[in-house]
Design a protein around this ligand. Structure first.
Ligand code: GLU
Length: 488
């Protein structure tokens, strides 16, 4: 690729399922690279595999991308100069170039049945030269015979003719030169018997026709790349630059599989992260660091900072381990950066799911109290249920440590005082407590700790006066008196 070629990259998912977290990382790196170089970021839907097509997957992919804010410049919905962007709508191109490859002697028609091929493969491994000689194909049959077979049935494919005893070099921006031995490479099917192209043909034809300058994709595609390089060569096209991103590894070792992720509680699909309450900017920040390093100690990046700092030469080649704690840590910072109003708005559906109605004002108060104590938004509720319902039990360690012989009397006296106040706000609650402590000649802690325990069931949490005020008068009195009954 010449250095003055405009940068055009694509994210080319197959709609075979919802957008995977690894897919989002690929999209992100493409996006960052495009924005960094004032280039174009294209969304192309690779939907030529009818058998694996899943209805709704394309919408899920688009929605997931939209949620993260990774906007593309061209794609199936908004169109663009290179439309259409769905491969199922571009079949004319694939037929044309498959034909060209056959004419150039770089691909051939093959008529064998699956069973015949399986037998051959068993004896020979990859479809090498000797296999080819034993196959019924346009390299071994007469022209008339080939024409007759094409006319007679639809059951034939076009295969790439992979040269033998050669090596193919892939120039990778991340890995340098990677050499492949062609004896390990199958004569890849390019056109299937259903008349649809395989991924390999459609992918390179579109990358070429769409003027894609850099192909940035997961390492799992590296082994396909020598086939692609052979096709570019056969068609007389200059290949794009390639960059294969490192594998995402499981904390248990090995590539992160769906099963492994499920077992470890790692969400697999982007929409699952959204449902689990992660912030899109935190997820992108985390994914940026899953393979790329800025070369500094810096770990928190907004999208614009990432664009500024990103470069392919700081992407590593070796696998990177998925670390959910790190994501939670990054997310914690995003939660802190939210305004209280925004946090309350984000927490609203989670709060509404628990029970009693919580007014906006009160929810904002609660959010203000817990904002720097949570890592993901749903924890406003899941970590702080006492704001919304009476505690069902009392933390044992807290009781041991904080509930003393004088606690019951003090708590009842405090409850009586609170019952008499008109406005149940943070200051009043505090003043009443301190006055009582003076009156009884005890330290404030002697009332603070049992109060917290009674009202929240726990010995830790946000400032106790704010907590009591946010829980509200009626609930506080009820809980204090109940704790005295239960704990004695
Ligand atoms: N359609 C392939 C996928 O699902 C694209 C791979 C590539 O980027 O070439 O990931």
């Amino acid at each position: 690729m010449a250095s003055d070629t405009p940068v055009r990259v694509r994210f080319a998912p197959s709609p075979t399922g919802r957008l995977h977290i690894g897919g989002l990382r690929t999209a992100l790196y493409n996006y960052l690279f495009a924005r960094k170089h004032d280039g174009d970021f294209v969304l192309r839907i690779e939907d030529t595999d009818q058998a694996r097509y899943e209805p709704g997957a394309e919408e899920d992919i688009r929605e997931a991308l939209a949620w993260t804010g990774l906007e593309h410049d061209e794609g199936p919905e908004q169109g663009g100069d290179y439309a259409p962007y769905r491969q199922s709508e571009r079949s004319g191109h694939y037929h044309e170039y498959a034909q060209k490859l056959v004419e150039a002697g770089r691909a051939y028609y093959a008529f064998d049945t699956e069973e015949e091929l399986d037998d051959l493969r068993e004896t020979h491994g990859a479809y090498d030269g000797s296999t080819r000689r034993q196959m019924r194909n346009s390299l071994t049959l007469s022209d008339e015979e080939v024409e007759r077979l094409i006319d007679e049935s639809d059951d034939y494919v076009i295969r790439l003719k992979v040269p033998r005893q050669e090596s193919v070099q892939v120039e990778d921006e991340i890995r340098g030169t990677v050499s492949f031995d062609t004896s390990e490479i199958d004569d890849q099917v390019l056109m299937k018997s259903d008349g649809m192209p395989t991924y390999h043909l459609a992918n390179i034809v579109d990358d070429h026709l769409m003027d894609i300058s850099h192909v940035i994709r997961g390492e799992e595609w590296l082994s396909s790349t020598p086939k692609h390089v052979l096709m570019y060569d056969a068609l007389g096209w200059e290949p794009p630059a390639f960059a294969h991103l490192p594998l995402i590894l499981s904390p248990n070792g090995g590539k992160l599989s769906k099963r492994d992720a499920n077992e470890l509680g790692i969400p697999v699909y982007v929409t699952d992260y959204r449902e689990a309450g992660y912030e899109p900017d935190a997820l992108l920040n985390f994914l940026a660091l899953l393979g790329w390093s800025p070369g500094t100690e810096e770990e928190l990046f907004g999208l614009d900072d990432m664009i500024d700092a990103f470069s392919l030469d700081r992407v590593g080649a070796s696998g990177v381990q998925f670390d959910l704690d790190k994501l939670r840590w990054v997310n914690e910072h995003s939660v802190r950066d939210l305004s209280v109003d925004a946090l309350a708005e984000r927490a609203r559906p989670h709060v509404d799911a628990v029970g009693d109605e919580v007014g906006d004002e009160r929810l904002r108060t609660i959010c203000g109290l817990v904002q720097d104590r949570i890592q993901v938004v749903p924890e406003v509720v899941t970590d702080n249920r006492y704001f919304f319902e009476d505690p069902e039990e009392y933390e044992e360690e807290g009781v041991q440590k904080r509930w003393t012989d004088e606690s019951a009397d003090l708590l009842l006296a405090y409850a009586d005082r609170l019952e008499a106040v008109d406005s149940f706000d943070t200051e009043t609650v505090e003043t009443e407590l301190r006055d009582l402590a003076d009156e009884k000649d005890v330290g404030a802690g002697a009332i603070i700790h049992p109060s917290r325990l009674a009202v929240s069931g726990r010995s830790y949490g946000p400032g106790v006066f704010g907590l009591l005020a946010a829980v509200g008068k009626e609930a506080c009195l009820r809980r204090m008196r109940r704790a005295v009954e239960t704990l004695g």
